[in-house]
Design a protein. Structure first.
Length: 467
């Protein structure tokens, strides 16, 4: 009994030591990245390649035949194998960040400077010593190596040393490692972790009372993993201290809209909103990209967006065999439904009807009260369907069957896209298809990508299609 009593605290100490050791390593990786960056991330590079089918064995590596077409890719895998086998660095602990001028920095902890130079000699062109750094080039990237870590940056060699030194100096005033919530994201053991600043002063300085304005910034987070041969992602918005920032103005998608979607439709997108929903991200982007006419139209649309209280739903599917190789409007069937107050629906339909008459177009009246407009070689259906402003080029019938319910049920937003084969986009594309499903709630968004018609490891298939 006594031995068990002593064993439990000992086991706890061992586990705690392992956890602290792991966190300390990740902490050290992040403590040179300033909290003022606009975006940053970590990636487990060796594990990424292993998920893509590469086999590492004591300095050598076997690359799948599908991935051997790119010398740059195979060279990078060989580099990872050599560095890993030498024990000079850990290629599963790599961080990257972009500063306020969009300069890219990547860094990896180094255990032995001399061994790293030796292991990387075939891939990195090492040149002069500059200050505390050994300088080199690989492709278009500048490489800087000191006793603690190696840096890769897209800056020119003449600017790289100063840039890295400034980067590290800024981190002393506040690094990602000092931001509790962000560090938890980066140390969560995922294949890829990324954060993107949403709000907050990137150049904020401590106030008179010593408070750190970086803690008030909000960040969009993204993690990626491979599970059951699916690429699985998770995203949320948090404060730097880890406090969740739920999206305001969301509500559950009304599943009744799903009954209008035909079985052959392979795209569907829905989101439930209230008048509290912030449309500024969308309207701001449109305003910035558009000219005077676009902005004038936007001012007309905004009041209608702000009055939406319910589900916004879009769905589409191929109408014929030419849908993918001839991306013509008439080759696709679609429908859109937006829940609006009755008066707003009447206003929109009235404006559409007036515009049609001014253009010399006479719409027909359907038996269900829908306005039927002959346009683009098809009939457009416009009207009020169960409290929704509905527009589509198929009749709105609430008796259709599909498999959308498991994706949308109980979610504030969801999207599904199924492409049976990438060959539909051209003969040089791969045979496999893509199935994408995204589910959103106020505080979390998850997504899954799987292959259709292929058992190839998903990262291997995607990389082979890219290279």
């Amino acid at each position: 009994m006594k031995s068990r009593l002593f064993a439990l605290p000992l086991l706890a100490m061992i586990l705690l030591g392992a956890i602290v050791s792991s966190c300390s390593k990740d902490h050290k990786l992040l403590d040179v990245i300033p909290a003022s960056v606009g975006q940053a991330g970590t990636i487990r590079v060796k594990q990424f390649f292993e998920e893509a089918g590469c086999k590492f064995d004591n300095g050598s590596v076997t690359v799948p035949a599908q991935l051997q077409g790119s010398a740059r890719f195979t060279g990078l895998v060989d580099f990872v194998a050599a560095v890993d086998a030498s024990g000079s660095a850990d290629p599963n602990a790599v961080a990257w960040a972009a500063d306020s001028r969009s300069n890219l920095y990547m860094t990896m902890l180094v255990n032995d400077r001399a061994k790293f130079k030796e292991a990387s000699a075939e891939k990195i062109e090492w040149a002069d010593e500059t200050g505390s750094f050994s300088c080199g080039k690989v492709g278009n990237m500048t490489v800087l190596l000191d006793d603690a870590r190696v840096w890769l940056t897209d800056r020119e060699p003449a600017d790289a040393v100063k840039g890295v030194e400034t980067f590290v100096k800024e981190a002393k005033d506040g690094s990602l490692a000092s931001m509790t919530g962000l560090e938890q994201v980066f140390t969560s053991g995922n294949l890829v972790n990324a954060v993107v600043r949403q709000e907050g002063d990137a150049k904020g300085k401590k106030g008179d009372k010593g408070e750190n304005p970086q803690l008030e910034a909000t960040w969009a987070t993204l993690t990626l993993n491979v599970s059951d041969n699916k690429l699985v992602g998770n995203s949320s918005v948090i404060r730097a201290d880890g406090t969740p920032e739920p999206i305001k103005g969301l509500k559950a998608v009304n599943p009744a809209v799903l009954a209008y979607v035909p079985e052959n439709f392979n795209f569907a997108l829905g989101i439930g909103v209230t008048p509290e929903f912030d449309w500024s991200v969308l309207t701001g982007a449109i305003s910035a990209a558009g000219g005077f006419q676009v902005n004038a139209m936007l001012q007309t649309v905004i009041p209608y967006l702000q009055s939406i209280d319910g589900t916004i739903f879009l769905a589409a599917g191929p109408a014929n065999q030419s849908a993918y190789d001839e991306l013509d409007f008439g080759n696709w069937q679609f429908m859109a439904m937006v829940h609006l107050p009755q008066q707003k629906i009447d206003d929109v339909i009235g404006m559409i009807r007036s515009s049609l008459f001014m253009a010399g177009v006479s719409p027909r009246q359907g038996a269900d009260g829908m306005m039927i407009v002959p346009q683009y070689g098809m009939d457009l259906y416009i009207g009020n369907v169960d409290g929704y402003l509905a527009v589509g080029n198929i009749p709105f019938e609430p008796t259709r069957q599909n498999s959308l319910a498991p994706v949308f049920a109980g979610k504030d937003g969801a999207m599904t896209l199924n492409i049976p084969s990438m060959k539909v986009f051209g003969g040089s594309m791969p045979d496999f298809g893509i199935d994408l499903q995204i589910r959103m709630s106020a505080d979390n968004t998850t997504g899954e990508v799987s292959l259709v018609g292929s058992d190839t490891p998903i990262l291997q298939a995607i990389l082979s299609a890219m290279i």
